[in-house]
Design a protein around this ligand. Structure first.
Ligand code: FAD
Length: 553
């Protein structure tokens, strides 16, 4: 008798597991159940369907049950919810949501890929008509219909993370006036606040109203139609529609009821082959806990890339191959109204939370390609590394073009346990319209090398205002006049070699310029002349970000 493999959830993790299993085992009987009307659909495309960027709903259906049957001999049952697992009998109970009938299905191996559900806080009004969360094609269809049928003009998006920002972009694209309500004092909570500051400026510049540091209190329906969102700080925001985008929670009810181990982060516990605490059950995707490649600690990471790789890993494990999932490092990218934000590995706040203190960081703002070629735009880049051995810990970047390319390169270096020296030495593509002979990735590595070997000590932005130092701005007077750090004195780099004796050798000198490059030259010059000089990395551009984020006194 052929081996019977049942899969619960037929989207990112479940569908990739099923297809990989077939490639490994032609004899297995593979059956997929999904309670929704579709399988293998593009969740990540849903906001763009709402925004009418993707115009046809069927474009979201990457594969259909018929394709699974025809191409892979895999049976897919949509509108079928798995409601219980009997581990002793190795069966599941399945309810056909159309007929209401329940039946029992036997398995030799069971794979759980039920995903994660949007969080709906227990607040008054969150279930009102016009209040949406987005997870499925029917959700996005309902939002589209609501916008069209109500001729919606205004929206409040609660939550300024990945999905919130994607919804903002798409609602703006649909012509709605959008307000973001975010409980934290920054957008994009996974990245550091000073890196998130340019995102806030950008969305505001694009007409989006922003309420940071303010959470949702309740939502009310207004007579005659429309909603009013009241924030914790008492703001009252009128809206024709409200999007809840405050995060997701692993769907573990089925696993928990079956007695499978659930971890401290709320996900199903699995080993490196994706096997749960039951040897006949595997689990993948948003519902599980996986190790962080940097810390080794278990985490939950609701992203499509890991879900797909975990599905593949589970298939290999079920097929009896030796396999080990490498872990995750939260490599992610989001676009919002023309701005690109990407990150990989640890953030500074994440490191501090984990008690990791012996790290260094550099800020830089290089052009996305050679400055002499028309159209270069800055990439704001932050690199975090271990002071002990130069190992790369994380990176964040904000800009327009070429942002995710740099983060992808650094992500790969992190996976291979690379150091800042590897980034400095990396050989990357270059032609003027694509990059620079010293790519931003190389520059980030070189800067970090300079910090590590003492050539260019980095002044600590967070200490600005708390320490007695001379702030020296080495830009030209007209640049200084256009804006500078309070109490800075201006000695342009072009005059420094003639005027440096005006400076005291007995005082720390923190040097600032536009983006850090001239300050580097000045730092090197002064240090070679016996001065205690450090570079305020990233210069006035980084200062502005820290200031906008409210991080300076
Ligand atoms: P899912 O893809 O959610 O699939 C789970 C399926 O299981 C669902 O269809 C559900 O109906 C079904 N199911 C659950 N319980 C049962 C049951 N008991 N019986 C039967 N069926 C069941 N990630 C990125 O990396 N990049 C992006 O740009 C991105 N954008 C996103 C945008 C949106 C709007 C959303 C919602 C997610 C986005 N994600 C993105 C996240 C990504 O889609 C998920 O990480 C990924 O789909 C998780 O895969 P999964 O298989 O674990 O769960």
């Amino acid at each position: 008798m052929s081996r019977r493999i049942l899969i619960v959830g037929g989207v990112a993790g479940g569908a990739s597991c099923a297809a990989r299993l077939r490639r490994l085992d032609e004899s297995a009987e593979i059956v997929v159940f999904d309670r929704g009307p579709f399988v293998a659909f593009a969740n990540c495309g849903l906001p763009y369907y709402v925004g009418d960027v993707i115009k046809e709903e069927r474009a979201l259906q990457v594969a259909t049950p018929a394709l699974f049957r025809g191409r892979f001999r895999i049976d897919v049952h949509t509108d079928h919810e798995v409601i219980a697992i009997d581990r002793g009998a190795r069966t599941i109970a399945v309810r056909d949501l159309k007929s209401g009938a329940t039946r029992t299905e036997r398995y030799d191996a069971l794979v759980l890929s039920p995903g994660a559900a949007p969080i709906r806080p227990p607040l008054s009004g969150v279930d009102l008509p016009g209040v949406f969360a987005i997870r499925s094609i029917p959700d996005s269809r309902r939002i589209r219909d609501w916008i069209s049928s109500r001729d919606a003009k205004t929206a409040v998006v609660v939550g300024g993370g990945f999905i919130g920002l994607e919804m903002v972009e798409n609602l703006v694209h649909r012509g709605l006036a959008v307000t973001i309500l975010e409980k934290l004092p920054q957008l994009m909570p996974p990245i550091d606040p000073e890196m998130a500051a340019p995102i806030a400026s950008h969305v505001k510049k694009n007409g989006v109203a922003l309420h940071l540091g303010d959470g949702l209190a309740c939502i009310e329906a207004v007579d005659g139609g429309g909603l009013v969102v009241t924030s914790e700080r008492g703001a009252r925001l009128s809206a024709d529609l409200v999007m809840l985008a405050i995060g997701v929670r692993p769907e573990v009810a089925l696993a928990r009821d079956a007695g499978l181990d659930i971890g401290a982060r709320g996900g199903i516990v699995v080993d490196r082959g994706m096997r749960t605490s039951d040897p006949n059950i595997w689990a993948v995707g948003d519902a599980i806990e996986v190790p962080d490649v940097l810390t080794g600690q278990e985490t939950v990471l609701p992203l499509a890339g890991p879900a797909n790789r975990e599905g593949r890993t589970a298939a290999e494990s079920i097929a009896g191959r030796t396999t080990a999932f490498r872990g995750v490092q939260a490599t992610a990218v989001v676009g919002v109204l023309g701005l690109t934000v990407a990150s990989t590995g640890a953030s500074e706040k994440g490191l501090r939370r984990a008690g990791v203190m012996n790290f260094g960081k550099v800020y830089l703002h290089p052009g996305h390609h050679a400055g002499y070629f028309p159209g270069a735009r800055p990439i704001h880049l932050k690199l975090l590394f271990s002071n002990a051995d130069g190992r790369i810990l994380g990176a964040q970047a904000v800009g327009h073009e070429g942002v995710e390319k740099r983060i992808d390169v650094i992500a790969m270096a992190i996976q291979l346990q690379g150091t800042v020296h590897d980034l400095a030495a990396a050989e990357l593509c270059y032609a003027p319209q694509f990059g620079a002979a010293k790519d931003p990735v190389n520059l980030a590595g070189m800067l970090a090398q300079n910090v590590l070997n003492g050539d260019m000590p980095a002044a600590e932005w967070n200490a600005l205002g708390y320490v007695d130092v001379l702030l020296l701005d080495v830009r030209e007077p007209h640049e200084f006049a256009a804006g500078h750090i309070p109490s800075a004195v201006n000695v342009p780099l072009s005059e420094l070699r003639d005027r440096y004796t005006e400076l005291s050798k007995n005082r720390d000198i923190w040097i600032c310029c536009g983006v850090g490059q001239r300050a580097y030259y000045a730092t090197r010059f002064l240090r070679q002349n016996g001065y205690r000089a450090s570079n305020l990395l990233g210069g006035y551009t980084t200062y502005t970000a820290f200031n906008d984020a409210g991080l300076l006194t």
